[in-house]
Write a protein that binds this ligand. Structure first.
Ligand SMILES: [Zn+2]
Length: 217
């Protein structure tokens, strides 16, 4: 007999007895009025980097799409089915979110698979094809001389955030709202071991610790 995971049932019961009573009115209101999150987060599927946990978010606050290596594809109105683009379209055109945050992270398996050029995991080679969008035609991603493997991996994990931010702006509806000044794009990077968050500083193009108020742009 197939049984529903016990940990999930226990978790739900904890939610029901502890969290739900404090948030019941919020859930009712969200049910009646619909959602109106101001922030969309594009993160990785990795089980260690849940945006709702990291940002201590309440129900209805974050519109989240997660995929391997927190990647945003370029705008491709080619008739194909594009999950991230659909989520982005809804967030920007319907929910009118004010911020889109691309959240990268340390020890990203997708990035590691890309760096290690792993063999296809199935005939579809879905990860290989997905990660291929990370590289522009003719672009070479290589470890630099005197760069440790750790530094190389971190650099590429952060580069994935930059690439996604770049690709976001290939969507006409994103670009126009950014130009109008009513949508902002942000990058962030989560260090799993320390639970540390770094926010991309738009001027210096560096990730700065978000642990103190002063560092938040
Ligand atoms: Zn990841």
């Amino acid at each position: 007999m197939i049984s529903f995971p016990k940990t999930l049932l226990e978790g739900y019961r904890t939610f029901r007895t502890q969290r739900l009573p404090t948030e019941q009115s919020r859930y009712r209101e969200l049910s009646e009025r619909g959602q109106s999150p101001e922030v969309m987060v594009i993160g990785c599927c990795d089980s260690r980097v849940s945006p709702e946990v990291i940002f201590d978010a309440k129900p209805g606050e974050l519109f989240v799409v997660r995929n391997i290596a927190n990647l945003v594809p370029i705008y491709q109105p080619d008739g194909g089915a594009h999950g991230v683009s659909a989520a982005l379209e809804y967030a920007v055109q319907v929910l009118r979110v004010k911020h889109v945050v691309v959240l990268g992270h340390a020890q990203c398996g997708g990035i590691r698979a890309f760096i290690d050029k792993i063999e296809p995991l199935s005939p579809g080679d879905f990860i290989g094809k997905w990660m291929a969008m990370f590289v522009k035609p003719g672009e070479v991603v290589e470890q630099r001389a005197h760069e440790s493997m750790q530094d190389f991996v971190t650099r590429i994990e952060k580069a994935a955030v930059f690439r996604s931010l770049e690709n976001l702006q290939t969507f006409p509806f994103v670009r126009s709202r950014v130009e109008q000044g009513d949508l902002q794009l942000h990058g962030a990077y989560f260090g799993v071991a320390e639970g540390s968050l770094f926010v991309l500083d738009k001027q210096s193009k560096e990730f700065k610790s978000a642990a103190t108020d002063a560092a938040i742009p």
